[in-house]
Structures are given as C-alpha cells and as structure tokens.
Design a protein around this ligand. Structure first.
Ligand SMILES: *Cc1c(COP(=O)(O)O)cnc(C)c1O
Length: 577
C-alpha cells in the first residue's frame, strides 16, 4: 500500500499516532466549517459537532463523507417567497488537502476512481480528527461518474444509490488505502452509509481466502458496527428497487441474503444497518421509543443529541463564561455553574448578541428591526412537519397580541429541499403573512440559512420557537444552541425538548406531551395563549424573572445537551464496550 520513501510512507512515519484510529464515523453530510457547503441541515451539523467534540476529547476517530463539489444549493428567495436554487460555488483546495491515494468502486459495471481530500478538525488541546471527503470528479471517470460526488441529496434514486456505493464501499476502501487498519467500530450516522457492511463482509471473505461472502461474515461485521437512526419520517429512510440494485451493484450475492438486505421487497438501507449493527440508537428518548415501534423487534437505545459548545456559544457569552466558569471549554459540565454569573451580566451579553443580529438584519434587509422589541426566532429546514408557519395560523389573533399585550418581531430562515413542494409552500406562506402584517409586525425571512447565519441568528433572538408536529422531530438541536446562549425555547413537546423542558424554568412548552395526538389548530391556540399570558408579560414586565429563565437554560440545558456529553455516552455504550 505504501512504499519505502514514498509520500504516504513519510506521512505514516511522521504521524504514526494518526493511524491508530479505532472509530470510523461515516456520514453523507458533515459541516466542518462555514465555508464548506457540504451539508444541508441538522444531520450534517450534528456530524460536525460530533467530530469537533471527539477531537476535544481525544477520541481516536476518523471520519468519511462525500465532497459535494456543488454543495446542497444556494438559496435565493423571490418577492413572494418562491425559492430559487443555485449550485454552490466553492474552492475545494482553499479548504482541503488533496491526497494521492486512489481507490475504485464498481458502479453499473464501470470502475469509478475515487480520491479523497483531507480536513483536520482540531480539538481544544490540539488533537486532530481527520475528515476525508471522497471525490469522483477525476478525468479518468466518465462524465456522469464525475458528477456522482457533486450534489448533496440531488438527482434521482439511481444517482443516490451510486453515491451510497461511493460513501459506504469507497469509504472503507479509502480508509484502508490511507493505512487505517485498526478500526474497531464503524459508526453509520444515518443509513446512507450502510453499504459499508457489504465491503466489510467482502473483507472478511478475503481474509478467509474466499471469493464469496457467507452469512457468518455478517456476524463478524455486526460486532464492528454502530448505527444511529435520525428520523421517523419515511423520506429519511432510503430504499431502492431490486432492479436498480442489480444494475448498480452488479452482484447477485445480496439477493441470496434477503433477510439481511431486503425489507418488503426493497433494498432497505435502514434495515441493513439495523441488522448488521451491534449497537443501534435513536437521537432522543422519545425518538428511540418511536423507532422501536417503527422497527419492531430491534433493540434501539437512546443517546440524545447535543451541540458543540464552543462552536455555538456567541462571543459575548464566551467571554462571560471565561470570566466566571473558566474550564467550560475543556469540560462543558462546568456550565452547570452558570448560576454564579450575575444576572445583569447575562442580560448585557445577550443584548450584545442581539444588537449584532439586529444590525446584521437591518443592514441586509432594511427591515428596521428594533432592539427593544421581543424578538422571536425560527430557523431550520423548511419542511411540512416542522410547521414553520404555525405561528401564522390566525393572523388576527397574532396581530391582537402584538397590539394589546406586547410588541413582537420575527426572524425566519431555512431552505426547502428542491423537490419538497410542501416545504416551499411554507416559505411562501410566511411571506404572505409578512405582507398581511406589514403595517404592524416586522417579519424577516433571511435567505440561504447556513451554519454562519445560525451563529448570528440563534444567540441574538430573545426566544427560540419550535413547532414541529409530534412525534416527527427526532431530536432537534437548534434549541440546544439557543440554550447555550441563554435563549429560552418556546416549543412543542417533542424530541429533545421533552427532556430539556421545565415549565417556566428553562423555557415554555406548547401543548402537553400528547404522544402524537396534536392538531395544528389547537397547537396554534396553545402557542398564542402561552405568548399572551406568559412569555410576553415576563419579557416586558418582569425582566428579572426572564433572565432567571435564561440562566436556567444555560445551567440546566447548556451543561447537558452538548456533544461532549453525547460522545461520552457513545464511548460508554457503543464505542469501547
Ligand atoms: C442547527 C442547525 C439546523 C438544525 O436545526 P433544528 O432546529 O434542529 O432542525 C439546521 N440548519 C442549520 C444551519 C443549523 O445550524
């Protein structure tokens, strides 16, 4: 694999430590930094936050993803909120280091050559977790094959399956070519990378000098794999028709192991991962319960998601924490001691973050937002179940609350998947509401939501709103980012909020924990009631108590809902058991 005196060999000798990696983390999207647009939303941010915390904690991890040379898409919005999608232009070599190793995978009978680009995620104490971005855009490949690592979640079923061959099979081969021989656990972050189990079975067969896989190879592979499922929404679970699988994989053996690869007549990536993983988890307690109903007969543990604290804490709050709870960067549990921070200073830090946001928005949009007005934020993927437009269910009621109880202003952001008509309609609906309320309530929808925008919006609003349809929000993480900045959530009880919510202490709930029986009309009514009777009066008339809630959000939720705690739970239950 590497040659005496060759480039790879020198790297090997130079960084012997680097090659002793025990955990390989596979994800279709990873948000490593703002300038690298290879993610679409929550899943990619979570992957990035996971890796950042792994680097902080010196976990011997290595990560694999696809390059997505054209990104997800750049979002522009027309006058009526119609979404216009453009490929993202970015300079790969400004951010990533090209590596000389090449591997190939078989796609539709063709051999597709793959290279990788490296990005080092550096932890608080300098430890590095390398992320390898796989790239098929090489002159040796056919024009179509060159596009396979261009678009995240683009193209059709065939395109997606080819991408998953590159991620799963190509990913394992690339790790081997790079010299990683000691990996003990392959962590599949969602089912997109499930095909890695097939490559591991092939490796097992080769190890036993066989040219074909056997069922007992699956048993060996199972001991090495960990699977995290991320959504109960059907569109989040890839399944492919058998004809397509035959054509793309070009091998028969998987058809002889239906009980491993198929579910209800389809090649099912989620079931492959469920069946070939020693450890499976959902991303919050409720999500694990829901997943156990969805995937009857599988043991599904719960490890609740988190966010990477130092990535998501704004500058003013970082300074505050450094002053009162030094050590919080290295050990996030220290955020528990936020109680020692004087309330006045918490409010001042928040005002600073809010000022930065309001100035940004006014500069970008000429919206004329007001620093003194209760500012409510909602930014996440625009898709039907997230119900970003729930707050506009009854325009007259909202107008009345604003005029009679206390002034409100709103900041929205979020992309809809190019083929998600329902998600696009939500954006247009928010625009219509904005026009209807133009004279009274200031409402802004910012274009092209991404990590950098999130880092400005979330810490700068006064209240973070979340109104998903239960039980479809598996976890949600943006409310955790808010908590780390002392921004309380006003949210439907679903996902992580079922665990993070203490009424009137860490934030406020909308509706009761109804286990999925909510309807949008009653949820909207509850939302208006809570705003009118509780949140607005507290914000305007009892600032002292409002800041209490902010501080509890940090101490109780910021100290727990972070990826540092999350990774420690993976270590305990999944990685080194
Ligand atoms: C955190 C984040 C998300 C996830 O938001 P949820 O509310 O958990 O859905 C999506 N996109 C970006 C850019 C984020 O930073």
């Amino acid at each position: 694999m590497w040659f005496w005196g060759g480039k790879t060999h020198q790297r090997y000798l130079g960084k012997l430590e680097d090659y002793k990696r025990l955990i390989a983390y596979f994800s279709m999207e990873i948000a490593v930094e703002g300038g690298i647009p290879t993610y679409s939303g929550g899943l990619g941010i979570l992957a990035g936050d996971t890796i950042r915390s792994a680097a902080d904690l010196r976990i011997p991890m290595v990560a694999v993803t696809l390059l997505h040379r054209k990104g997800y898409f750049f979002q522009r919005l027309g006058e009526n909120g119609e979404q216009i999608e453009e490929p993202v232009e970015w300079s790969v070599d400004d951010f990533l280091e090209e590596l000389p190793e090449r591997v190939s995978v078989n796609v539709e009978g063709r051999s597709v050559l793959i290279r990788s680009w490296k990005y080092d995620v550096v932890g608080v104490s300098g430890f590095r977790v390398p992320v390898y971005f796989l790239d098929s855009d090489l002159p040796e490949n056919s024009d179509w094959d060159r596009t396979l690592t261009h678009f995240l979640y683009g193209g059709d079923e065939r395109y997606r399956l080819c991408q998953e061959v590159i991620l799963g099979i190509g990913g394992v081969r690339m790790l081997r070519a790079l010299g990683y021989r000691d990996i003990k656990r392959f962590h599949m972050n969602e089912g997109h990378s499930s095909l890695l189990v097939l490559e591991l079975m092939d490796e097992e067969a080769r190890k036993n000098k066989r040219g074909f896989i056997l069922r007992r190879d699956a048993e060996v592979v199972r001991e090495m794999c960990v699977f995290t499922t991320h959504t109960p929404v059907p569109a989040g679970h890839d399944k492919f028709p058998l004809e397509l699988v035959k054509q793309v994989l070009g091998r028969q053996d998987v058809f002889e192991m239906e009980d491993i690869f198929f579910y209800e007549g389809l090649f099912n990536m989620t079931y492959i991962a469920l069946r070939l993983s020693k450890y499976v988890n959902g991303v919050a307690r409720r999500h694990s319960e829901v997943s156990k109903l969805l995937f009857d007969g599988y043991e599904i543990d719960a490890i609740t998601n988190g966010v990477h604290a130092t990535t998501w804490v704004s500058e003013p709050f970082s300074r505050l924490y450094d002053k009162y709870i030094p050590g919080w960067r290295l050990d996030n549990f220290n955020l528990r001691y936020a109680f020692s921070i004087p309330k006045g200073e918490i409010w001042q830090a928040h005002l600073e973050a809010k000022k930065r946001l309001i100035e940004y928005v006014n500069r970008e949009t000429n919206a004329g937002l007001d620093l003194d007005v209760l500012t409510i934020g909602f930014a996440r993927r625009a898709t039907a179940y997230k119900r970003g437009d729930l707050i506009f269910t009854d325009i007259a009621r909202l107008r009345g609350i604003h005029l009679n109880t206390g002034k409100l202003q709103f900041i929205f952001a979020g992309k809809a998947h190019p083929r998600d008509a329902g998600g696009k309609e939500i954006i247009r609906h928010i625009f219509r509401a904005r026009n209807q309320l133009r004279e009274e309530i200031k409402i802004v929808y910012l274009e092209n939501y991404d990590m950098e925008l999130a880092r400005v919006i979330i810490p700068g609003v006064d209240v973070w709103l979340n109104t998903p349809k239960p039980p479809l929000e598996a976890s949600g993480t943006s409310g955790m980012k808010a908590a780390l900045n002392g921004v309380p959530s006003l949210s439907i009880l679903d996902g992580w909020w079922i665990e993070g919510h203490i009424e009137g202490i860490t934030g406020w709930s909308i509706g009761c924990d109804s286990k999925g029986n909510s309807d949008s009309l009653s949820d909207a009514t509850e939302l208006y009631n809570k705003l009118e009777k509780t949140v607005i009066p507290l914000f305007y008339n009892d600032r002292e108590r409002f800041v209490d809630v902010m501080r509890y959000a940090i101490a109780i939720n910021g100290s727990f809902f972070n990826t540092q705690r999350m990774i420690q739970q993976y270590v305990l239950r999944a990685y080194f058991d």
